[in-house]
Ligand binder design. Structure first.
Ligand code: GLN
Length: 381
């Protein structure tokens, strides 16, 4: 009685692990969302927006004021010129942004290049839109891709390439030179780049965030996706956005319109306040996550995990081989039920699950108290 497309993917393992954490009363280092408060100013702005009667549909592609703020932020922070009337669409989180973008440009049978490991959603996104995913590995300690392997992944049927930088789950931040390789290949093969930049503000040490749409004339073939969830600790608000040239935006807006009508109106108003927070807010955010990153990294290496410090985002992909406690799924269940810490099995981020069998993903997007509790529980491992 159900469609074939539903057979191509299962429920989200990330969200399933959150349910497992609740069942075992485990510390949830699985799903990437903060367990601490959102900034007071934003909470107040959301309440004010409701009291000020912003409770009916906003314009389908986003409240004008928010689109204008996003456009100005894109110009200043990302180096992307996006006309709020024709090139900015507000969506229900980056999740809808990615799905709407794929549905807008993919015909069944078209191929989409995805770097692997990849954020879990991209697989089902491809399946729902009828795309045939073609995976290109990110390998070695630095999760680099081989330019020749990437070049070989392109063919007549390639319609899009999905980029995610800073990257979930590896913590890799794609450098300018790598971006140039991607940009040249996309241009030569007339392919659209869909780039998920939700972690753009969460970046450490010397790493620098580059938006591929800011390079040369890539803005003409790039769909840039961003959102408020991670930068402002409001993952439950479900507000994200898409920047794309007018011909792509009009297709994306049609899909968005019939999928959701629009993102929550009062929260869109509160997001205007978010975009007006001072530079110090972003500096504090990085400082806060940097401290958490080191806390978790040190605990993991002390407990026997092998891992690398991420350059961006708030995850650590850790190798579990030293424990000899089975594959990633067995290990994750053991960790939740016996040690009391929930993580995501590495296989969730690979098409070929064998490739993730010796890794699990931890998030450090949690309060210091939560992380300290997890650290003390990991000592029993
Ligand atoms: N992006 C977060 C993660 O990878 C949360 C995903 C979600 O549940 N929407 O854990």
């Amino acid at each position: 009685m159900t469609s074939k497309r539903c057979d191509y993917f299962g429920e989200s393992v990330i969200r399933d692990m959150t349910r497992l954490a609740l069942r075992h009363d485990a510390v949830n280092l699985a799903q990437g969302f903060p367990d601490f408060s959102a900034p007071d100013e934003l909470k107040k702005a959301a309440c004010d927006a409701i009291m000020d009667d912003h409770n009916q549909y906003a314009i389908t592609w986003g409240a004008r004021e928010l689109r204008e703020e996003i456009s100005s932020k894109a110009g200043q922070f990302n180096g992307i010129q996006a006309d709020p009337e024709q090139e900015v669409t507000v969506t229900c989180g980056t999740t809808e942004a990615m799905m709407a973008s794929m549905l807008a440009i993919i015909d069944p049978g078209d191929e989409v290049i995805i770097f692997e490991p990849f954020y879990e959603n991209y697989g089902p996104d491809a399946a729902v839109s009828g795309a045939v995913p073609r995976f290109v590995p990110l390998e070695g300690d630095d999760f680099n891709f081989d330019a020749d392997v990437l070049a070989e992944a392109f063919n007549q049927r390639t319609k899009a390439l999905v980029l995610n930088t800073p990257n979930n789950p590896t913590g890799k931040v794609f450098g300018k030179e790598e971006m140039l390789v991607i940009a040249d290949l996309a241009t030569d093969n007339n392919v659209t780049v869909i780039t998920d930049e939700i972690y753009e503000h969460i970046i450490y040490d010397e790493a620098q965030h580059t938006s591929i749409a800011s390079m040369g004339d890539m803005d003409q073939r790039t769909i840039t996706i961003g959102g408020f969830s991670k930068t402002y600790s409001v993952t439950g608000w479900r507000v994200g956005y898409v920047l794309a040239p007018p011909h792509l935006t009009s297709a994306i807006r049609k899909i968005h319109d019939f999928l959701t009508v629009g993102a929550p109106a009062p929260l869109q108003h509160a997001c205007v306040t978010a975009l007006n927070l001072p530079p110090a807010y972003y500096e504090e955010l990085v400082k806060m996550y940097d401290k958490k990153r080191l806390m978790l990294y040190n605990a993991l290496t002390n407990s026997g995990f092998k891992c690398k410090l991420p350059q961006g985002a708030y995850y650590i992909l850790a190798d579990i081989s030293a424990f000899e406690l089975g594959n990633d799924v067995t290990f994750a269940h053991y960790l939740a039920s016996e040690i009391g810490v929930a993580v995501v099995p590495g296989s969730s981020f690979f098409k070929n699950t064998e490739m993730g069998a010796s890794t699990v993903r931890f998030t450090f997007s949690k309060s210091d108290e939560t992380l300290l509790e997890a650290v003390s529980r990991l000592e029993n491992l």
